[in-house]
Design a protein around this ligand. Structure first.
Ligand code: MN
Length: 322
């Protein structure tokens, strides 16, 4: 994974001129397949933006009618060197992992799984589901200092919300303006917030100008800085240095805001692994195929996922597949 671009000069935090949106640009979403069951819209990584802070993968799935299909069914698979964050707008998922956790997650709750040196998990639409599924899953690259640490899993029954002007902002990871903070454990300066605007609502959110930020419209149309329409099926890179975003919506909207300090370690992202180099990935792949290191996911009815062929592992750069 290539090094992130960092401006030569840091934005001055007390600048009289507010830095609103220094390099706002629209990026595309691509389709990606999860397990055998589900197609998602992938915002990160992509060629023009590998990461936003330590956020190295962002998938948006649904809304979908689960009754018409299988919903989510991703068999046991390994992770290394990253954290996964799951947040639902509608529906429910059943998470099982090799630490022995078996956890249903619903809207308003947050799952954060730390892979460290290795963990395995499955994700599926549970029996007795509500018939709908809509959410995001995001990965956070772990810094070198804890990339090889032990695995962990947190389920937060709730995360805090605050009103900012007309908006309700729910803080999934990190903290927002007045210090409202999520209890989710992360290892680099990061933000993820779910922002809901009512019809004819407007809000100006203060941002940390030392962060890179991006916006994923979830539903509805939102006007950014009175000049840019953010619409469903888009992804917007705000770059670094913005100290606020001014949002408004004629008919109501919902957006996911992610941000973080530029992550300046060189990384390889391959399949479900984040690593410093190809050799770590080759070892992790071999350990998964041999049934070592990652543990066993109990009670999942189905097969674990095999690793893709090594031929798909690039010698340099990165790809992202699950
Ligand atoms: Mn996974």
């Amino acid at each position: 994974m290539s090094r992130q671009t960092v401006p030569d000069t840091e934005p001055h935090p007390y600048s009289a001129e507010p830095r609103s949106a220094p390099e706002t640009r629209q990026l595309r979403l691509s389709g990606a397949r999860l397990g055998n069951s589900l197609t998602v819209r992938r915002a990160l990584p992509q060629a023009r933006r590998r990461m936003v802070g330590a956020w190295c993968l962002l998938d948006h799935f649904g809304p979908m009618d689960v009754c018409a299909g299988r919903g989510m069914d991703v068999g046991p698979h390994p992770h290394m060197g990253l954290q996964t964050v799951t947040w639902l707008f509608k529906g429910e998922l059943l998470h099982r992992n090799s630490l022995g956790y078996q956890q249903i997650i619903r809207p308003g709750q947050l799952n954060i799984m730390t892979a460290g040196q290795g963990i395995a998990h499955s994700e599926e639409t549970p029996a007795g589901h509500s018939g709908c599924l809509h959410g995001v899953q995001m990965w956070i690259a772990l810094p070198r200092s804890c990339r090889h640490g032990s695995a962990d899993f947190e389920h937060l029954d709730s995360v805090p919300s605050l009103r900012i002007d007309d908006a309700m902002a729910t803080v999934l990871v990190g903290s927002l303006c007045d210090g409202t903070a999520s209890a989710a454990s992360v290892h680099s300066p990061l933000l993820a917030a779910d922002i809901r605007l009512p019809a004819e609502g407007a809000a100006t959110l203060p941002l940390d100008p030392g962060f890179e930020h991006a916006l994923l419209p979830v539903y509805g149309d939102t006007l950014l800085h009175d000049g840019i329409w953010l619409r469903e099926e888009q992804f917007w890179d705000l770059g670094m240095g913005a100290d606020r975003i001014a949002l408004s919506s004629p008919r109501g909207s919902r957006l996911l805001l992610v941000g973080g300090e530029p992550f300046d370690e060189k990384l390889q992202l391959w399949w479900n692994f984040v690593a410093a180099d190809r050799e770590e990935i080759v070892r992790a792949r071999a350990d998964w195929e041999a049934g070592r290191r990652f543990g066993k996911v109990s009670n999942y009815r189905g097969e674990r996922l095999p690793a893709p062929p090594l031929a798909e592992l690039p010698g340099a750069g990165s790809s992202a597949k699950r």
